[in-house]
Design a protein. Structure first.
Length: 170
């Protein structure tokens, strides 16, 4: 009974949570990515999110919250890398023909697009990238995320609407 009265917002409780879970959260991500620095960064971001949401997270659920958040942060990083990788695979025109202004505008556009994708909510970004980068159908996405096809359609619609607003010429 005493544990449920522990508040994650209490500095001492939060410090104890960090001391007892930081290593396992870091290892959890390290095993996924194989990069110690990335795992460290993701673990720290997860604890920041725990602190930011401390009023909403009950003490007993804090480890699960940390693992879920860390996993989502990691998946978002993977998705962002995938977007960059897909862009580098696109056939780029012969730069001898293009003016320096065109090349600069194209780079600015891609930077804007990547920033806009990063601005999407996690749910919108996930659906957008699964559909546009991984070429998954709405049905496949719905099955993967355990949501309805209607929910996928709504997330995609909102993602495209926001992208159009953030980046002109899409």
């Amino acid at each position: 009974m005493e544990q449920s009265s522990k508040s994650v917002c209490d500095q001492i409780v939060f410090t104890k949570l960090f001391e007892s879970h930081a290593e396992s959260v870091r290892n959890f991500i390290y095993y996924k990515c194989g990069d110690k620095q990335q795992a460290e960064d993701v673990m720290q971001e997860a604890f920041i999110k725990l602190w930011d949401n401390c009023k909403k997270v009950i003490f007993e659920k804090s480890k699960g919250f940390l693992c879920t958040v860390a996993n989502n942060l990691f998946l978002n990083q993977v998705a962002r890398k995938k977007v960059r990788l897909e862009y580098t695979k696109l056939p780029h025109r012969n730069s001898n023909i293009e003016s320096p202004d065109f090349i600069m505008e194209e780079k600015e556009f891609m930077d804007k697009l990547q920033a806009a994708i990063a601005e999407l909510s996690e749910a919108q970004r996930e659906v957008f990238l699964l559909n546009r980068i991984d070429k998954k159908t709405y049905n496949e996405i719905a099955e993967m995320l355990d949501i309805s096809v209607k929910a996928v359609e709504k997330r995609m619609h909102n993602a495209l609407k926001q992208l159009r607003k953030l980046v002109k010429n899409i």
